[in-house]
Design a protein around this ligand. Structure first.
Ligand code: NAD
Ligand code: UDP
Length: 313
């Protein structure tokens, strides 16, 4: 296959590019580098089956030649990033999704949208199955990301139903691993940075809010299976190992063998507004239709991620 991956210089897009290259496919990576880093794909530059186009996908996209699959991963993903870039986030979820769908249609390509657990907002159902419609505040600060992704899902399904496009939607739950930006503001790089430098780990609020963390390689496997499956409605891909953020802080300190203390802080800015109180994927569907479930334990994934960050702090 010849595959277009948008957001290819980001954390997930770069790992996906690696997987498709390793499977013998040809990858066209596209990114405007708003939150990505060209270093993430430096090792692919010069590879005969990889090429890179610097382009903002919210503008009209032109890619010469045949394309068999479009994977739309471009979007700021960290709350810090999308709060800093609210309008580009809304644009890439709406205009960028429209443009990439239009490209897939003209090329006769299969389309896969990177959606998110944020479509469930601050969920009143736990764990979240794909049938849950969510609880999103459209006018809160996080709404720029959540609503852009909800629009993106609606647009993707419209192309499927109206144009007969072959589409897939993955709802990604918190994923971590090497190539995250140390300063992207998400809890994993924040805590790792703090643990490795002996600074206090900053738990927001009282730390009772929950998340469930998935290692990137499990996600990449799920996405690869989903693209090749016949499932044309959204599928959750995440690790159901739910824990409080306070317990997560303790786990990072322990695995890093750090002597950092843990402190509670109350961010006064938008970072903590509408922060979901609980989040855990129901992965029954992924098990059934993709024969997929996560393989990497938190201790192993965190150890690998700590190794990656150790010489970067
Ligand atoms: P990231 O910020 O590392 O990567 C996103 C990439 O998209 C960056 O390289 C950025 O420069 C690029 N980009 C953004 N807007 C663009 C535009 N208009 N044109 C071209 N490129 C653009 O984030 P990530 O964690 O790798 O997330 C990738 C995708 O996965 C996003 O769509 C995100 O919403 C989704 N996702 C990620 C997670 C997670 O836990 N990492 C969870 C849910 C969903
Ligand atoms: N968080 C925290 N300390 C930090 C960064 C984040 O306690 O230094 C919390 C945040 O409030 C949220 C959780 O960790 O409850 C996950 O935040 P993240 O930004 O990683 O992603 P989210 O799941 O909110 O999109």
């Amino acid at each position: 296959m010849r595959v277009l991956i948008t957001g290819a210089a980001g954390f997930l897009g770069s790992h996906l590019s690696d997987r498709f290259i390793a499977e013998g496919h040809t990858v066209v990576g596209m990114d405007n580098l708003i939150t990505g880093n060209i270093d993430n794909i430096a090792h692919l530059m010069g590879h005969e089956r990889f090429s890179f186009m610097k382009h903002d996908v919210s503008n009209y996209i032109y890619v010469p030649g045949e394309i068999d699959a479009v994977l739309h991963f471009a979007s700021p993903a960290s709350p810090n990033d999308y709060l800093e870039h609210p309008i580009p986030t809304l644009k890439v979820g709406s205009l960028g999704t429209h443009n990439t769908l239009g490209l897939a249609k003209v090329k006769g390509a299969r389309y896969l949208l990177a959606s998110t657990s944020e479509v469930y907002g601050d969920p009143q159902v736990n764990p979240q199955p794909e049938t849950y419609w969510g609880n999103v505040n459209p006018i809160g600060p996080r709404g720029v990301y959540d609503e852009a992704k909800r629009f993106a899902e609606a647009m993707t399904l419209a192309y499927q139903r109206f144009h007969g496009l072959e589409t897939r939607i993955v709802r990604i739950f918190n994923t971590y691993g090497p190539r995250m930006r140390l300063n992207d503001g998400r809890v994993v790089p924040n805590f790792i940075h703090q643990a490795l430098t002996g600074k206090p780990l900053t738990v927001y609020g009282d730390g009772s809010q929950t998340r469930a963390f998935q290692y990137y390689s499990d996600l990449v496997e799920g996405i690869y299976r989903l693209l090749h499956s016949n499932e044309d409605l959204p599928v959750n891909i995440g690790n159901p190992n739910e824990m409080t953020i306070l317990d997560f802080a303790h786990a990072v300190v322990e695995i890093a063998r750090s002597d950092s203390e843990i402190v509670f802080v109350q961010p006064k800015d938008d970072r903590f507004t509408d922060d979901p109180k609980q989040r855990r994927p129901d992965i029954t569907k992924a098990k059934q239709v993709l024969d997929w479930e996560p393989q990497v334990a938190l201790a192993d994934g965190l150890a690998q991620t700590l190794d990656f960050f150790r010489d970067k702090v």
